[in-house]
Design a protein around this ligand. Structure first.
Ligand SMILES: Cc1cc2nc3c(=O)[nH]c(=O)nc-3n(C[C@H](O)[C@H](O)[C@H](O)COP(=O)(O)OP(=O)(O)OC[C@H]3O[C@@H](n4cnc5c(N)ncnc54)[C@H](O)[C@@H]3O)c2cc1C
Length: 395
């Protein structure tokens, strides 16, 4: 267990991908930090989540020494496939944009980050509860918390909230100084992980009258599949047999015929929502990643936004410590939110185009959905726009 310091430059609340990448990148700029993580290390390292790393995100990981295992074990994907009305369309990322994405599980990335943090000697205090901050409107904030039965306070220059969608940090911004924007979708995703070979080398996003389906993977032996389910569904309603039968029904025949099924090793139900909390800075408190914004997983943007926020934050904090500049800090929220909203738009667009909205079949919106898919299938320009967003807009 790390010794708990009394003072550091930056206290990072939350040791997920945003918090741990931030600590490592600050260490590379000789800025010391402490990470406070609510859960145990083991719990964080077991969570199964995202898997698609954008082109620029992968470059950032590589340039900062995080990407060795990603490069050795990840899979470069130069396109994705869309299935609709019995047809398959391949969106050729490489041909349309000259870029690609890398398939590498968030669980593996988290392991790599914790290994680096340990090697860097950054204190990672896990099982840190009851986190509260003082003085974020002053130049001398502090963070109090409990750890294994004892109370602690760390004095610092900055507090960074990387505590995810259910975190507490954004609530430290006074009510009158923050705004949130939200869209709830009337369905969820049921996800299944199985030790079976993926049905296809690249991801397949399927629009079907029974609902959306996604065929994804972690490696040649580990497949990740998702199905659109009703908003209030529970895991009990999705025994493996039902899941596989429903997935088979939603895939084009040529694909369904080659699907290898097997026992699930993990299953989840994930609600879908788009949500942004603004601003991402108040005084000496700055937010990054899911602590400030959540997108539906349809466009694979959540983890990638956490990475771009961190890149902007490191610029801002380096400017402060290297030459006393406040420009990066002053512009952080606006800069990050400009990119966040483009990803919110893209994830909303993919979600809206590919899912069945209960109650909307056969009406005006259903026709628009058909028109959107037909346009995409028939227009290289539309495909280029999708590819440009999917591989990731520049940081
Ligand atoms: C089930 C699921 C599936 C997903 N699938 C995808 C996908 O396919 N593609 C994609 O791009 N994205 C996906 N995402 C989103 C992606 O995983 C997140 O965007 C990403 O984890 C964001 O990283 P983060 O570090 O900002 O937040 P998190 O990963 O949520 O990390 C926040 C950390 O803060 C800790 N914490 C919370 N509260 C406190 C507190 N009070 N004090 C201290 N620590 C605290 C948490 O324990 C956690 O470790 C998925 C998310 C979930 C939940």
């Amino acid at each position: 267990m790390s010794e708990i310091p009394k003072r550091t430059r930056v206290v990072i609340i939350g040791g997920g991908p945003a918090g741990s990448l931030l600590a490592h990148l600050l260490h590379l700029r000789a800025i010391d930090s402490v990470i406070l993580e609510l859960r145990t290390r083991e719990h964080v390292l077991e969570r199964v989540r995202a898997g698609v790393i954008e082109h620029r995100s992968a470059e950032v990981l590589r340039e900062t020494g995080v990407g060795k295992r990603m490069d050795a074990e990840g899979f470069v994907h130069e396109g994705v496939n869309l299935a609709h009305a019995g047809d398959m369309l391949r969106i050729d990322f490489q041909g349309l944009t000259g870029k690609h994405v890398t398939i590498y599980g968030q669980t593996e990335l988290q392991k790599d980050l914790y290994d680096l943090i340990d090697a860097d000697g950054i204190p990672l205090i896990d099982a840190a509860g009851e986190v509260h901050v003082e003085g974020i409107e002053s130049d001398t904030p502090s963070v109090g918390f409990e750890n294994r039965g004892a109370a602690h306070v760390i004095a610092c220059d900055f507090v960074i909230g990387c505590d995810g969608a259910h975190g507490v940090c954004r609530d430290f911004i006074p009510r009158g100084a923050r705004w949130s924007f939200e869209r709830q979708y009337p369905f969820c995703w049921v996800g299944l992980l199985s030790e079976t070979p993926p049905v296809n080398e690249e991801l397949i996003y399927a629009s079907h009258k029974r609902g959306f389906a996604l065929c994804s993977m972690r490696n040649e032996h580990l497949s990740r599949y998702y199905l659109q389910g009703p908003a209030e569904t529970t895991l009990d309603e999705w025994p493996d047999d039902r899941f596989w039968a429903e997935l088979t029904a939603r895939l084009p025949d040529g694909v369904a015929d080659t699907l290898v099924t097997g026992p699930s090793i993990e299953k989840i139900v994930t609600p879908l929502r788009s949500w942004v909390s603004e601003p991402m800075r108040h005084g000496r408190l700055l937010l990054a990643g899911d602590a400030a914004h959540v997108v539906p997983p349809t466009g694979a943007k959540g983890l990638n936004l956490a990475i771009s926020d961190v890149v902007y934050l490191v610029d801002a904090l380096s400017g402060h410590y290297d030459n006393g500049s406040t420009t990066g800090l002053d512009e952080y929220s606006e800069r990050a939110l400009a990119r966040v909203w483009k990803a919110v738009r893209f994830s909303w667009w993919m979600t809206t185009m590919l899912h069945r909205f209960p109650g909307l079949d056969d009406d005006f919106e259903r026709r628009l959905q058909e028109a959107e898919l037909n346009y995409l299938f028939g227009s290289e320009n539309a495909q280029r726009a999708m590819a440009e967003n999917y591989v990731g807009l520049p940081h």
